[in-house]
Design a protein around this ligand. Structure first.
Ligand SMILES: [Mn+2]
Length: 391
C-alpha cells in the first residue's frame, strides 16, 4: 500500500455552449476554448499517471447534445481511458432531460467498463493500486424527491473507514461563493450546508455545480473545482482549472495532498472610459485603447456618459479593436441620468446602473440565501431609483 493513488477532479465543463463569437470557419469560441481546456486535462492525466478522473456533473450543457458535442466528449473520454485511468461520470442538472434517459447512458450501454456512469445514489468499489477505493455518488437526478442529508446518511453506512473514500455529488452548498456564470440557480434549488460534511466518513468530497473554484472545508476536504473555462466578463479574474489529489497511506491513515491545476483561459478585458464633458469622445476612447495589447482577448468597452454628451463613433472603435487582434468586442453604455448625477455630486445618490449591479453582486456574493428573491429585490430597487429620479 505504499503507492500513491492519483486523482483528477473536474466539473461543469458545459460542453456544447455555442453562443457568442466565432472566428471565421472555426467552432464557436466558447466551445473551442472548453475543448482546449479539457484536452489540457487529458494530457495532464497521461503525463501524471492519474488513476481516476472524477467528473462531478454538468460536463454537457444539455441533455440532448448535438452529435458534434457528444462526439467531442467521447474523444476526450477515450483519450483519458486509453491512458489506463478510470472515469466516474456523475449526472448534473444540465444532463437530465426530464424523462429519465440521459446522453451519458450510451457509455454504459456499450459496456465501456472504465467509464462509470453515476446516475444513481450508490457506492462503487474501485480497485486502484491494489486498494479498494469507495466512491459514493449522489447525482442531481436523485435530489428531486429526497433530501441530500437522508441519502448521504444512508450511503455513509456502507463506507469502511479503513479504506479511502470519496463522495461525488452535484449540489449547491449554501455558503459557497458564486461566480458570474452561476446565475441560473433555481428558487427551489436542492442544497445543503457545509456543516453536514463534518459528520460524514468521507476523506474527500468532490463537488460540482458552482462555477467558482473553492475549498469549502479542509477536513474532510470538500472542494468545488469550478467550471473549466471562463464564460463571460464577470469571470475575468477567476482562475479556471481542475483539482489534482494524491492519496497515500501514511502513519496508519490515509493522507491526501491536493492542488488546483490551472488551464489556459480565455482572457476577458473590460476597459472603462468616462467621456462626460469631452468634446471628442471618439478620440478619447481611441487613445485609451492604444495603451492595451488586445491580441486574442475578449474586449468590452464600458462607456460612462450622460444624455447631454456626444456619442462616440462606435464603428471606428470596433474596427480598431478588431484590427488589434481582439477576438470579440462588446460596447456597453453606462448612461447616468442628470438628476442622479447631481445627487452623486452631493454624495447622496449613486449612479443608477452601478447601484443595480452592485446590489446584484452583493446578493450573489454575500447573501446567497436571497438568490431566489434576487430578481424581485432588484425590481423593487429599480422602482425606487426610478421614482426618486423623477422628482
Ligand atoms: Mn449544475
Amino acid at each position: 500500500m505504499d503507492e500513491k493513488i492519483r486523482i483528477v477532479h473536474s466539473a461543469d465543463w458545459h460542453l456544447g455552449v455555442m453562443s457568442g463569437p466565432r472566428v471565421a470557419n472555426e467552432l464557436p469560441l466558447k466551445f473551442k476554448s472548453v475543448l482546449d481546456a479539457t484536452n489540457e486535462l487529458a494530457n495532464f492525466v497521461e503525463e501524471n499517471d492519474v488513476d481516476l478522473v472524477i467528473l462531478s456533473g454538468d460536463i454537457l450543457n444539455r441533455g440532448n447534445p448535438a452529435p458534434l458535442v457528444l462526439n467531442s466528449l467521447s474523444k476526450i473520454l477515450k483519450k483519458i481511458i486509453d491512458t489506463g485511468a478510470k472515469v466516474v461520470f456523475l449526472i448534473g442538472n444540465h444532463e437530465v432531460p426530464g424523462w429519465g434517459e440521459h446522453p451519458l447512458k450510451i457509455y454504459e450501454i456499450l459496456g465501456i467498463e472504465d467509464i462509470i456512469v453515476a446516475d444513481d445514489a450508490t457506492v462503487y468499489n474501485l480497485e486502484l493500486k491494489n486498494t479498494e477505493m469507495q466512491i459514493a455518488t449522489i447525482p442531481y437526478n436523485t435530489l428531486h424527491n429526497r433530501q441530500f442529508e437522508d441519502i448521504v446518511a444512508e450511503l455513509s453506512e456502507e463506507i469502511n473507514p479503513l479504506n479511502p473514500s470519496i463522495l461525488v455529488t452535484h449540489i449547491f452548498v449554501r455558503n459557497a461563493r458564486l461566480s458570474g456564470s452561476d446565475l441560473n440557480l433555481l428558487p427551489d434549488e436542492p442544497h445543503t450546508y457545509s456543516d453536514v460534511f463534518l459528520k460524514l466518513p468521507f476523506d474527500y468530497v468532490a463537488l460540482g455545480h458552482i462555477h467558482k473554484y473553492q475549498k469549502i472545508l479542509a477536513r474532510p476536504i470538500v472542494i468545488y473545482p469550478g467550471s473549466i473555462q471562463r464564460m463571460n466578463f464577470s469571470e475575468a479574474m477567476d482562475e479556471k482549472g481542475f483539482i489534482y489529489a494524491e492519496f497515500s497511506w501514511k502513519k496508519s491513515r490515509w493522507n491526501i495532498e491536493w492542488r488546483f491545476q490551472p488551464v489556459d483561459t480565455l482572457r476577458f478585458r473590460t476597459i472603462d472610459i468616462d467621456i462626460r464633458n469631452q468634446e471628442n469622445p471618439t478620440l478619447i476612447i481611441m487613445k485609451k485603447i492604444e495603451s492595451y495589447k488586445l491580441l486574442n482577448e475578449m474586449v468590452r468597452i464600458k462607456i460612462t456618459r450622460t444624455q447631454r454628451d456626444l456619442k462616440p463613433n462606435i464603428k471606428v472603435i470596433r474596427k480598431r479593436i478588431t484590427d488589434m487582434g481582439a477576438l470579440y468586442c462588446k460596447i456597453d453604455y453606462n448612461t447616468i441620468t442628470e438628476t442622479l448625477e447631481r445627487h452623486a455630486d452631493s454624495k447622496v445618490g449613486i449612479e443608477k446602473g452601478d447601484s443595480i449591479s452592485r446590489l446584484h453582486d452583493y446578493i450573489t456574493k454575500k447573501r446567497p440565501d436571497l438568490i431566489p428573491k434576487r430578481e424581485e429585490l432588484i425590481n423593487v430597487a429599480k422602482d425606487i431609483i426610478k421614482s426618486i429620479s423623477r422628482k
